[in-house]
Write a protein that binds this ligand. Sequence first.
Ligand code: NDP
Length: 336
Amino acid sequence: NTQVLFNSVPVGEPTETDFKVVTVAINPQSHLQENFLLIKNLWISLDPYMRGRMRNPEKGSYSSAFELGKPLTAGAVGEVIQSNSKLYNVGDVVLGHFDWANYTVAHEKAIQQKIDQSKYKFPLEAWLGLLGMPSLTAYYGLVHIGKPKAGETLYVSAAAGAVGQVVGQIGKKLGLRVVGSAGTDEKVKYLTETLKFDAAFNYKNGDFKENLKKFTPSGIDIYFENVGGEQLEAVLDLMNENGRIPVCGMISQYNGAAYGVKNLFNVIGKRLLLQGFIVGDHYNIFPEFLNWMMENTSDGSFFYETTISEGIENAPKAFIGLLKGENTGKQLIKNI
Ligand code: NDP
């Protein structure tokens, strides 16, 4: 069983030495404790929040720190190989929170749901992306916090990522003018040509604020915040009165940089709403979200890009790449 262990707390950007790939014996015949299962991972999701979990446990946060010397964990889809649980049978395909590994011995509580493959004709990995946590994040943040009205302007940062690509497309379906930014020209092309954003630009080229201003001539009504720092500062100056900012993520700060935003006073004069949220608190709207996705994706007009790395041993490299923008859309690991 190949596993990826949390080896050391990164200083700044994570490096491969912060992870340790090991192979340990696994005996599928061994006795499982009551309510435990042996699961073979099929797909593993890599997500930016994991950087926050690679910390010293004394530092508090909304999600627990990974344990040094233990496998990192992730949202994953797997198949039950052995079961000592009354809830799940051998052969069930399940969505849950499993190890970065070929196999996980998991308590049944680590399972979120059984995937009914006869009811939903989507590939299994969709439960980690299009129909999973990142899209629920996009839907909750934009619809429930952003409260969009047709004709308004939406700006989304990290727009070609797992969450951003869905935010923009939901925005288009709801009649918004959608502007996005991303870190490569290929990603910008994906946003304008495939996803039909009204405008997109490479935030690494030229003066960020000038570019954003050019593409949002009527100002910004909703900023879906994925990046933080200098982008947030520029956006605050361009927000319209009564604008909404669903604060989803601040990836520019995750490796330790703490940018001091200097113009927060805009929040007062412009009567802005800045609302942070954690998707895990909002699974009560999952049925509503799933209905919306079913209604709006079945005609083929909704796209979902993924970047797939094969093999558990390549997860550290893929994760390091995710934080640097090497992924387009959802970063996944396929267990081979
Ligand atoms: P992505 O798939 O978007 O991957 C991260 C992307 O961020 C990279 O591809 C890169 O794209 C971009 N990026 C990295 N560093 C910077 C930087 N310094 N400035 C601008 N862009 C940068 O990840 P997700 O879609 O999964 O997540 C997007 C955001 O949403 C993250 O901040 C994440 O933490 C947050 N999130 C929050 C949740 C919540 O519950 N609040 C749930 C899920 C995600 P590029 O090439 O464009 O630079």
